[in-house]
Design a protein around this ligand. Structure first.
Ligand code: RP5
Length: 163
């Protein structure tokens, strides 16, 4: 029986939710229990630390962390837990998320963050990656993931070009 909360999803601001709802939708579609919170490496560091400890106690298997700009959140989460951390760089106003991506991906050796694409594709893929990790020890989930991939393949192969 998987834990009620298998995946933690954290983002630095409520302004990140529109993008991160794409991760939440994937987890919901696969029936994966998750807990989504807004917590910031800079604005709420103590609350962030408490939440990570709670997630570990609850048996969560990984944490998806999304942030924009200076984007230290995923790295700070990774510093506080051995759980795999999947980072999603948020699009930003002035640099379109390139700042978030470079900040997140350039972790020092020893504290990894698996960093995904900027924005919605990264959010959805982080959730699919979490699904793939959970599927390693859950045959039913593995079958559903295979079904999802198969459906996607069929959609590409049967696509008709307009005109
Ligand atoms: C980051 O700063 C957040 O993750 C967000 O992407 C960005 C802007 O936050 P707000 O000013 O919208 O709260 O910490």
């Amino acid at each position: 029986m998987p834990p009620a909360v298998s995946v933690g999803v954290v983002m630095g601001s409520t302004s990140d939710w529109e993008v991160m709802s794409h991760a939440a939708r994937v987890l919901e579609d696969f029936g994966i229990g998750y807990e989504a919170r807004v917590l910031s490496a800079h604005r709420t560091p103590e609350a962030l630390e408490r939440w990570i400890a709670e997630l570990e106690r609850a048996g969560a298997r990984c944490i998806i962390a999304a942030a924009g700009g200076a984007a230290h959140l995923a790295g700070v989460v990774a510093a506080r837990t051995q759980l795999p951390v999947l980072g999603v760089p948020m699009p930003s106003k002035n640099l379109q998320g390139l700042d978030s991506l470079l900040s997140m991906v350039q972790m020092p050796r020893g504290i990894p963050v698996a960093t995904f694409a900027i924005g919605e594709a990264g959010a959805a893929n982080a959730a699919l990656f979490a699904t793939a990790m959970l599927a390693l020890s859950n045959d039913d989930l593995a079958k559903r993931l295979a079904g999802f991939r198969d459906k996607q393949t069929q959609a590409v192969l049967s696509a008709k070009l307009p005109g």
